[in-house]
Design a protein around this ligand. Structure first.
Ligand code: PRX
Length: 650
């Protein structure tokens, strides 16, 4: 049975239902299901009402212009994202409310009120303007999880520059490629960041990347770790020195709703990451509204989303969505297990976190280290839990519910993507009965379905492709520099629909159960990695002739990367070489793409036309019976490969 089939089988047996606790229902932001009816009857009126949560310098002329597959939302409207996240809160009692509570990995901490954050953002906006950054210019951010990261993002938004955050775990080469892809003029980085008690040498990586990124004129360096770094006079500038001279106010640009806000790269089915473009108006309407509905945000909350800001989850639900709502956001710099496996629980108790949003992979590793860790801490402030990034197995869901939420907190399992910008499928916590492992139903205003290759809805309980049938405000507008790929990959695969790349099934209650990717994208610990990217990194090594990368299931990470590699004649397939190849992938992409296993083989299973049959490699890696081998050029070879793999594993 295929992995999808297996997952389906498992989920079909999951029939527990958890109703929202009465105490939660009574105080919920959304208490009535009427909102679903309103949104489906008149989606434009619904989204216009949602846009009313924001401050517009000029109201839009039209809610939506839909010229398939091009959408324009709130055209004619003028707004500024930093104004919405900061300035307007200063006119209220919120001015001295904590906007960011920050905790560093070594245990240092600080609080920035809305007024503080406003001042820092204004100053940094002035710094950028002073350096000649203008509306539409691209700025790359390669930073640890320190306050400078959201400050720099909001400062870019303030002056209309387009930010491109590159996750601090990416390698120098990955940073270089992203900077060159979008033509960055300015890079903002730090000397280093803390991770698991070590220093991540960000400036050193950046220096390497800059050797081959000639378009970058200035590098602004925030001082975090204080270790010695190279400093190139004329190019490199210290954050704190620039800020010391900056004026306290820098006016917000009045941006068009459709002006780009940021570009964020994500892995796809080719070797080259895609620069997903998000715009100003629709994106902020979508993230602000969903943060309010799904996380039930209140002024009293201490909200903590553990995602790194380098991913879309951090953009939408650490920075923009919560700040647009005037929320108090907690940011933690480091690893969940430093110095001990209870760091998260200690932080929740320390700050009285009320809403906690994390990834299934983290929950599974907490399960492994055991319930004694959370049990030692006071988690009574928590009132709502969330998950994102990959399907959550019902067992992990129930563990989370019992040991973290202590059976008091609803869990919002939120399905969405870098491309969707905002949560599309999720429970509303005061309303939706929960089924462990299901992201439940599309949010109001979202039309999702499970269909076959021709776009026909499949019957309840059957697997198919997850698609979205109507545009939504925070949808990606294009792939930077490749509009054709945007149309082809997302809108032409299934007629009339946005193709998510995920398999799913719908149950008899209309609940959606996401089964995972159906394309060549692997989801490792909630991070997307394209198999082609890893393959290109491997064949870049001088010993490698050919490589095929697949995933197999992994108890903690969800999926693990397995590389089948043929090496050039005369080279020995040693364990040292396997380690060298793993290190090579880390150098090319980053530690997140390190293969769990590198398996040497004299031959890869191929069809007669020369196509590598990854399906068979997956069967081998999972230890399953081989599927259909009739189209293979050499059916005997694959059996040999299977035996050799099993022998090595055994
Ligand atoms: O396969 C789905 C999975 O993560 C993919 C999107 O990855 P990315 O763009 O990195 O964004 C992750 C965070 C929004 C999806 O195609 N995914 C995300 N959330 C869920 C999920 N799978 C199942 N359940 C979820 N809640």
């Amino acid at each position: 049975m295929s992995p999808e089939g297996k997952a389906l089988e498992a989920l079909l047996h999951e029939n527990r239902v958890f109703n929202p606790p009465q105490a939660f229902v009574e105080q919920a932001n959304i208490k009535s299901s009427e909102v679903y009816g309103f949104a489906s009857k008149d989606p434009e009126a619904y989204w216009a009402q949602a846009a009313g949560r924001l401050h517009w310098f000029r109201r839009w002329d039209r809610v939506l212009e839909w010229d398939y597959p091009k959408a324009r939302w709130f055209d004619g409207g003028l707004l500024n994202v930093s104004y919405n996240c900061l300035d307007r809160h200063l006119d209220s009692w919120r001015r001295n409310k904590a906007a960011l509570i920050w905790e560093g990995e070594p245990g240092d901490s600080c609080v920035l009120t809305y007024r503080d954050l406003y001042r820092e953002v204004n100053k940094f906006a002035a710094v950028l303007r002073h350096l000649g950054v203008k509306r539409g210019d691209r700025v790359t951010l390669y930073l640890p999880m320190i306050p400078e990261l959201p400050i720099a993002m909001l400062a870019c938004a303030r002056i209309g520059a387009v930010h491109n955050v590159v996750f601090g775990g990416f390698s120098a080469e990955a940073l270089r490629d992203r900077m060159n892809d979008i033509g960055t003029k300015i890079l903002i980085t730090a000397d280093g960041g803390y991770r698991k008690g070590n220093i991540v040498p960000l400036k050193e990586n950046a220096d390497l990347a800059l050797e081959q990124a000639p378009g970058v004129e200035k590098v602004i360096v925030a001082k975090r770790t204080g270790q010695k770094i190279n400093f190139r006079q004329g190019r490199d500038l210290w954050w704190h020195e620039l800020m010391a001279l900056a004026p306290p106010y820098s006016p917000p640009e009045e941006m068009e709703a459709e002006d780009p806000l940021f570009i964020l790269h994500t892995s796809g089915t080719t070797g080259k990451p895609k620069g997903v473009v998000h715009t100003t108006g629709g994106y902020l309407v979508g993230t602000a509204t969903t943060a309010h509905m799904v996380f039930d945000l209140k002024d009293e909350d201490v909200y903590w989303c553990t995602a790194d800001i380098g991913w879309i989850t951090g953009h939408s639900y650490v920075v923009y969505g919560p700040l647009a709502n005037g929320a108090t956001v907690l940011i933690y710099e480091g690893s969940p297990e430093y110095p001990r496996p209870d760091r998260f629980w200690q932080i929740i108790a320390k700050y009285g976190v009320t809403i906690f949003y994390t990834a299934p992979t983290a929950i599974r590793s907490f399960m492994r280290s055991g319930p004694a860790h959370p049990a030692r801490h006071d988690l009574s402030s928590l009132r709502l839990l969330g998950t994102v990034g990959e399907p959550i197995n019902p067992e992990a869901w129930v563990w989370y519910y019992n040991h973290i939420g202590r059976q008091r907190c609803p869990i919002v399992d939120t399905w969405w993507q870098t491309e969707t910008g905002m949560i599309l499928i999720s429970p509303l916590p005061g309303l939706t009965p929960l089924k462990p492992g299901s992201a439940t139903r599309p949010l109001p205003g979202i039309v999702a379905d499970v269909v076959d290759d021709y776009g026909r809805p499949v019957p309840p309980g059957k697997g198919g492709y997850l698609v979205i049938k109507q545009p939504w405000p925070a949808m990606m507008r294009t792939i930077y520099g490749d509009p054709e790929r945007y149309s082809r990959q997302y809108w032409q695969r299934i007629p009339g629909c946005y193709f998510t790349g995920d398999g799913a099934r719908k149950d008899a209650d209309g609940y959606i159960w996401v089964l995972g990717r159906v394309d060549d994208v692997i989801n490792v610990s909630g991070h997307r990695i394209g198999t082609m990217e890893v393959e290109s990194a491997l064949v870049d090594h001088q010993a490698v002739a050919e490589a095929a990368v697949i995933s197999r299931s992994h108890a903690i990470k969800g999926e693990a990367i397995v590389a089948f590699v043929t090496i050039k004649d005369g080279i020995e397939p040693t364990p040292e070489l396997a380690n060298e190849l793993k290190a090579h992938v880390v150098k090319k992409i980053g530690a997140l793409a390190r293969p769990e296993e590198v398996f040497f083989t004299a031959e890869l299973p191929k069809t007669r036309s020369g196509k590598i049959m990854r399906r068979l490699l997956r069967d081998i890696a999972e230890g399953r019976a081989l599927g259909d081998v009739t189209t293979l050029a050499d059916p005997a070879a694959v059996n040999k490969l299977r035996q050799a793999y099993a022998a090595e594993e055994g």
